[in-house]
Each structure stands twice: as structure tokens, then as C-alpha cells.
Design a protein around this ligand. Structure first.
Ligand SMILES: [Zn+2]
Length: 221
């Protein structure tokens, strides 16, 4: 499940526990490919069992350390069904500099998206999860949204439709404008692109079981 660092802090505070990110996938082993330590500065990959690489999802060339791309895993100790350079479709970056906890295992960033949902807007790769994360950080905004990409002339434009809480929506227009601008600024800071935000009434965006359809790409590419 998506959580922001603020949500994690709150869970830790309320339950008096330490909440850590773990990473795994069914095709490889299930949970147990990587796990955060108490420093919480990325997830240590268990390199004695898995050989990680990060490649460009477009060219499939291996990327240098620290650069974001698709995680590719090779199992080193699986007997029955070894996986060789399995494409996870998950986007992350690897970091080799030593961790304060003393472990020397490589660290991966939290997953920032899936290559399947990747969008290329004006040459910049963005993920719906980045927008979702930005929305989760704003009070009174629901993480229900839809991204509409168009190319009216030569430039791509993004509109993000966002559901607001009932309270905000029934408020005066001026206040709605304020919220709208705040969200636009927040998303712009998160993805580095200017977007147009449209606020919609609560529960008006389509819901689907399981994976929600977040992106409508109307560009003729
Ligand atoms: Zn560590």
C-alpha cells in the first residue's frame, strides 16, 4: 500500500512500533527480496540471494548507480525455477554507499512506479504514483484522481481531476480556487511539470475493482 512518510510517522506514533518498508514479488520469492533497516534510508536487497540491476525501461541498457529505472532481478540460490534477469516493471534506483546500520548490502529506493503506468510528458518520465503521493500530503483531498493527457497543439498538457472532501466542495468559490492552486503547486513541485487541476465532487470519479484506471491518454502518438 502507498504511504507517505507522514503516514508512517503517525502509524508508528499511534501503535508504538517501528514500521518498515519491505519489497518482494511472487515471481521471485514473495516478500523477502529487500527490507528497510532501522535507518530507513532505502531497502537493503538480500544480495546473497538476488542479483539486482537497474536498466532503462526504454533501451534496456543498465543504468549507473543512483539513476532511476526498472529493477531487474536474477535469483542466485533458487533451485527449482531460477529467474534470470527478470523484469520486475518496478521503478527504483540502487545505492551502494555504506549505510549507517553497518550492512553492506546495496539499498534500493522505495518503488516510485511501474513501467506499465509510466507516462512520457514533454520528455519527462512521470508516474501516477508521484501524483498520488503529492495528493496524499494535502489535507482534505481524497487520493481519488484521474490524469488526462492531451496534446492540443505541439505540447503535452496534463489535467489532474481530483476529488475533494464534501466540506471543501461545499465551501465558497474563493476557497475552492485556493485549494486548486495549492494542489497544482504541490504536484508541480513533485513532478517538475505544470499541471492543470480540476476539483470534482466527492465520489464522482470512476472506481474499479483492484487496479484503478488512473490515466486517460488522449494524445495521438
Ligand atoms: Zn541499513
Amino acid at each position: 500500500e502507498m504511504w507517505t512518510d507522514r503516514m508512517r510517522d503517525e502509524i508508528e506514533r499511534r501503535f508504538h512500533l517501528m514500521a518498515l518498508n519491505i519489497y518482494g514479488l511472487t515471481e521471485i520469492i514473495g516478500p523477502g527480496v529487500a527490507q528497510e533497516c532501522h535507518i530507513k534510508n532505502g531497502l537493503h536487497i538480500f544480495e546473497d540471494h538476488f542479483y539486482p540491476e537497474v536498466v532503462s525501461p526504454e533501451t534496456l541498457d543498465p543504468l549507473p548507480e543512483g539513476e532511476k529505472g526498472e529493477l531487474v532481478l536474477t535469483t542466485l540460490t533458487r533451485d527449482g525455477m531460477p529467474m534470470i534477469r527478470f523484469r520486475t516493471r518496478d521503478i527504483t534506483a540502487l545505492h551502494r554507499e555504506p549505510c549507517k546500520c553497518g550492512r553492506t548490502l546495496v539499498r534500493m529506493d522505495r518503488i516510485t512506479g511501474r513501467t506499465d503506468d509510466m507516462l512520457k510528458i514533454r520528455g519527462v518520465l512521470i508516474f501516477p504514483s508521484q501524483i498520488e503521493k503529492a495528493l496524499l500530503e494535502i489535507k482534505g483531498v481524497e487520493p481519488h484522481y484521474q490524469i488526462i493527457v492531451t496534446r492540443p497543439q505541439h505540447l503535452d498538457e496534463i489535467e489532474v481531476q481530483v476529488e475533494t472532501s464534501k466540506e471543501i466542495f461545499s465551501d465558497e468559490i474563493r476557497r475552492l480556487e485556493e485549494v486548486k492552486r495549492k494542489i497544482e503547486k504541490h504536484i508541480e513541485n513533485a513532478i517538475g511539470l505544470r499541471v492543470k487541476v480540476t476539483l470534482v465532487e466527492p465520489k464522482t470519479l470512476p472506481r474499479s475493482e483492484g487496479k484503478a484506471k488512473r490515466v486517460i491518454d488522449k494524445r495521438q502518438l
